[in-house]
Ligand binder design. Sequence first.
Ligand code: CAA
Length: 259
Amino acid sequence: MGFKHILLDPVDAGIMCLTINRPKVLNALNKATLEEINQAIDQLEVDNNTRLLLITGAGEKAFVAGADIEEMSQLSALEAKAFSAFGLSVLRRLENASFPVIGLVNGFALGGGCELAMSCDLILASDNAKFGQPEINLGITPGFGGSQRLTRLVGRPMALELLYTGRIFGVEEALGFGLINYVYPQAQLMEKGLEMSREIVSKSRSSIQLIKQLVQRGQDLPLDNACIMESDQFGLSFSSPDQAEGMAAFLEKRAPHFN
Ligand code: CAA
């Protein structure tokens, strides 16, 4: 399918890269871009070859500088609510995707861009990356989950400071908050992302799918229920060919070969 605002490319065996491609407006998310991301997820979910998705922004300046302010400036209250609900649903699909999603944050990740990054399983950032939820400066609230995901990731006092002030912060603070996994020089970001992706796709696909479900769904459940879900998934993992191969490889003192 031809896209106008995003690129969707295979970058290695089983590894796809979705690039938000509106560099003139620092990859701001308008409704059409969100629709294309949604269509891309549809495609990837039915493509059995997709093992992992990388998400990044075009150019060297921005991952995504937020939802598109020019487009939003024309919205009525009801239209804004629908825009928020749609953005939330698209980001939720990334969290619930049947494959891991790694955000390669290559510059500004503000507002909807920070929210997009936070819906990825892991975040690798370039040394010039900047994060923040500056909606307060536009007289609005976050709309794609920032008030909820930031609070869950960095804790309530820090989330409230960042949401009240709209302060933009760099990678040192983001690392300290536990918001991101690693920082690399910008020129190395894609290669480092690929390195980690290749390691992940070399592992058991079925285990990765179960682990993603456990972590994403389990964090919103009471611990007892989440642990029951873990027992269920643990049991289920014993029905996979990867379990037979993984354990046989250990006992035979060789590396496993997962399909
Ligand atoms: N929406 C629309 N256009 C945007 C944009 C956005 N979020 N961010 C940047 N742009 C556009 C600018 O208007 C500018 O366009 P022109 O060249 O036509 O003037 C172009 O991108 C380059 O931006 P700047 O000239 O502003 O670049 P800068 O280096 O001086 O500043 C910046 C960079 C600090 C990121 C600044 O662009 C900025 O503050 N952007 C807005 C950030 C923001 O407020 N994001 C939150 C949006 S609200 C939201 O996301 C709600 C939600 O939760 C869903």
